[in-house]
Write a protein that binds this ligand. Sequence first.
Ligand code: NAD
Ligand code: IPM
Ligand code: MN
Length: 348
Amino acid sequence: MKANIVTLPGDGIGPEIVTSAVNILKEIAKIYNHDFSFEEHLIGGAAIDATGNPLPKQTLLACQKADAVLLGAVGGPKWAHLSNVRPEQGLLALRKALNLFANIRPIHTYDALLSLSSLKEEKIKGVDFIFVRELTGGAYFGKKTRTEKTATDETLYTVEEIERVSRKAFELAHTRRKHLTSVDKANVLETSRLWRETISQVAQDYPDVKLEHQLVDSMAMMLLINPAHYDVIVTENLFGDILTDECAALSGSLGLLPSASLGKESIGLYEPIHGSAPDIAGKNIANPIGTILSVSLLLQYSLGLVNEAIQIEKAVNLLTQHGPLTADLGGNAYTTEITKAVINNLHR
Ligand code: NAD
Ligand code: IPM
Ligand code: MN
């Protein structure tokens, strides 16, 4: 298969982890006889430095023409003082421009890494659920105001926005254990009441999926005390951002978690859920697994290469069993050593 993949390394550890994941894609292309071409573009702080714009026109145009987009991370202390232009705006603008309203974040634990979690092994063994985070609405994209002494971030959701992301979640649940948890704050927020009404309506089209509602504050606790209960979880943009980082406590490191951002069109954006990790950038010690697994999602969702996607998951599983591991997982391996080990595992 021929595919044109745009890479957006971005800032901090972004270039290191994207290089690793691209090497995995190149190996997959070699083994399975695919013709993948790669085109690298600027985003985030690196783009601000070069052009003044966190999402240069050229980058957006390339993404719109690509078969899939692979992103590292954006942001860092170098740009934190800027008030009018921020690296993070580049990523948000890209998600919006590509209409990527559903952010899929799979969370599962690895038997070989159970002891790394601060939670009890018997609680997290076998945990396997998927977050569907709404990605182009809510407080992130509402009207913002600022005076010297006040600030507002409007949270706006339309029925249409809630419906389309709900359908994605129901469809996913339908292919799995048929259990969907919708997370909101309907006891306080009007947007959450609309969310709950709308998803309850959509539920009528999916009679085989069991829908339950959970308030976000208690959900934050439930995820830690009974994570095995969940199958698919759908929630608004901000709640999904926060709860998925919390889930890193289940799998053992934020560096393990991948994501796929999808819309109605076939173009998808793939990125680990973590950030640019400025504290470890440039040292060749970042964990590339979240990005490598994002490439697995890319192969599955954008290119339909399900077997290749599974082979990457298997190679990562072997890595968790036999090492080597990066420092966040208690090891001392370099990023580049992980890349090599995953490539070796692809041949086992
Ligand atoms: P972060 O996710 O960058 O880092 C949090 C902690 O996790 C740090 O200790 C870091 O070293 C560690 N960590 C993260 N990824 C790791 C990896 N792959 N391997 C090993 N350790 C890893 O979050 P933060 O420090 O709150 O944010 C730093 C910057 O990243 C901010 O500018 C933020 O806006 C940005 N950010 C970007 C994205 C993105 O581009 N998608 C996501 C989240 C945060
Ligand atoms: C993420 C990040 C982004 C978000 C930031 C960098 C805009 O935290 O992808 O989870 O909040 O969506
Ligand atoms: Mn986040």
